[in-house]
Design a protein around this ligand. Structure first.
Ligand SMILES: [Zn+2]
Length: 341
């Protein structure tokens, strides 16, 4: 059995280089009280020299659990004597949000996935982002950030990434993302938000892969399996692990690359109401197809508002919760496109 995690106060003391497996808790001081967010981090340096680096991160959002579980499992299962290269595992990046079971950190009110590139003198989430950028990213070629939609959105099981100006980087990301064996790969708009973990990794030329492996603040065993086995497949693909890439999905399916590059395909809810969705994530939809109703209970005699598809395509995301505020993204329709060469 490995020793229990070592609490590290000076991050220069993290040993990324000696062959072996080390479990740490990185002590980031709190902003307004004496104490710490202890961010769990496992460093596994292979016994064989050379090889590339892979970082796998869960719990960037605290109420998304598949990544937390999958990365924790990787911390236990990967052994340095079978590894060539470096694996850095962080199962609960926004540890304070994970402990609270919330999307954003209750310590500083910051969404960890909007805090990049971070700030060494900023609040907790910005300091954690800065640590990732300055201490983890320079040591790895591949960055995997595992999400689950939280309360807001439900996606079909998918990996996700952005369209990038560098065609070779985009094609390599698409190839690596396919190794998670999800039925969908979602190419989403960078305009929808900024400061994402994967934005920063992409800008540094990394093979940056996100994904949505569950929804609704539950735990999908299928999502955990794809996140865990997919991360291992990426390590196999890049030569960190000796075994061949394995299929994950059963039954097997055709993978579909769905692109929603235009903000016009991210449709805002027209009014406050109760959302009754009629189409499922991953459905092919026709233009003007009824996707659901928004109910207004201020006048129970009025008919519900019909929500229809603004275009034909694949319903790649839709709002998850019943109570939907005006202007939140109610659904996203993307179009199927070919895989890059
Ligand atoms: Zn998320």
């Amino acid at each position: 059995m490995p020793d229990s995690p070592e609490v590290v106060f000076d991050f220069a003391a993290i040993d990324f280089d000696t062959p072996g497996k080390r479990h740490y808790q990185l002590a980031f001081h709190l902003d307004s009280s004496w104490g710490y967010s202890l961010v769990p981090t496992t460093v596994i340096r292979g016994a064989t020299s050379g090889g590339t680096g892979v970082a796998v991160i869960g719990g960037t959002h605290g109420n998304e659990y598949e990544g937390q579980i999958a990365v924790k499992r990787l911390c236990q299962s990967i052994e340095p004597d079978e590894l060539r290269g470096l694996v850095i595992l962080i199962p609960q990046l926004s540890e304070s949000a994970c402990r609270a079971g919330t999307r954003i950190s209750p310590v500083d009110g910051v969404n960890m996935n909007r805090a990049f590139p971070g700030n060494a003198r900023g609040s907790l989430s910005y300091r954690i982002a800065n640590f990732l950028k300055t201490s983890v990213f320079p040591r790895v070629r591949v960055v995997i950030d595992i999400h689950s939609g939280g309360r807001e959105a439900v996606f079909p099981l998918c990996t996700s990434f952005h369209r990038l100006p560098d065609a070779a980087q985009f094609a390599e990301i698409a190839r690596a993302a396919r190794l998670f064996d999800t039925p969908f790969l979602f190419v989403y708009s960078r305009q929808m938000s900024s400061g994402l973990l994967t934005d920063e990794a992409e800008d540094e030329g990394k093979i940056a892969i996100g994904g949505e492996f569950g929804a609704g603040e539950g735990v999908s065993a299928e999502g955990v399996r794809h996140a865990y086995e997919g991360s291992l497949n990426v390590m196999r693909h890049y030569g960190l692990l000796p075994s061949p890439v394995r299929p994950i999905a059963y039954p097997q399916h055709r993978q579909r690359l769905i692109q929603a590059a235009d903000l016009a395909d991210y449709r805002p809810c027209p009014r406050d109401g109760i959302w009754e969705p009629l189409a499922a994530p991953g459905d092919d939809v026709a233009k003007d197809q009824l996707l659901g109703y928004v109910h207004d209970f201020s006048d129970h005699s009025a008919p519900p508002l019909e929500i229809r598809a603004h275009r034909a395509g694949v319903l790649i995301a839709r709002y998850s919760a019943a109570v939907c505020p005006r202007a939140l993204t109610l659904f996203v329709i993307g179009e199927e496109t070919g895989f890059p060469e």
